[in-house]
Unconditional design. Structure first.
Length: 169
């Protein structure tokens, strides 16, 4: 039997039937990073971006992104999320390429019969896109990436914890 569960017997895409899976508490944590010029981070920190409070808007956008995941990822189940938290940490020390960064972490929770990994990664992605959108007038060269699942718990596969990874910019 194939490990790919999103295909039916005819080889066509399908949403996996989770009817018989037990409901368990599920938590997923994802991270990502946005790189920018030091001047851009300084403007964010000082509230000098014309569109407003960048991190406050990105935080709300991340929550909304988690809630709308099944609208943009075709095989995701609509879930009743019980919690979404998006946090940021700033690194004002320029890296080897001369750029600073903002790290994004999203934690998503539910009690259900399927996990919230995609919701956590979508929250991070939408927050990163929002930071870019709000700051692109001053720094079109921003980049974002290193979006990954940090951990997940619940369900048949239990606990997953990503090993520490050394990242570059």
């Amino acid at each position: 039997m194939s490990q790919l569960t999103h295909f039916n017997e005819s080889g066509r895409a399908r949403m996996v039937d989770v009817t018989d899976k037990p409901a368990t508490a599920r938590v997923a944590v994802a991270q990502g990073k946005v790189w920018m010029l030091p001047e851009t981070l300084e403007k964010i920190q000082e509230g000098r971006i014309a569109k407003g409070d960048v991190l406050a808007v990105a935080q709300v956008a991340g929550v909304m992104g988690a809630k709308r995941t099944p609208d943009v990822i075709p095989m995701c189940h609509p879930l009743l999320l019980s919690g979404v938290d998006v946090n940021f940490s700033e690194d004002a020390q320029p890296d080897a390429s001369g750029r600073c960064s903002i790290s994004i972490e999203a934690t998503v929770k539910t009690t259900g019969n399927t996990g919230v990994e995609m919701e956590a990664m979508t929250a991070v992605s939408v927050a990163a896109l929002t930071i870019y959108d709000m700051c692109k007038a001053v720094d079109k060269g921003m980049e974002f990436g290193e979006i990954f699942l940090v951990s997940k718990s619940g369900g048949k596969s239990g606990l997953y914890q990503r090993d520490a990874v050394v990242s570059g910019g």
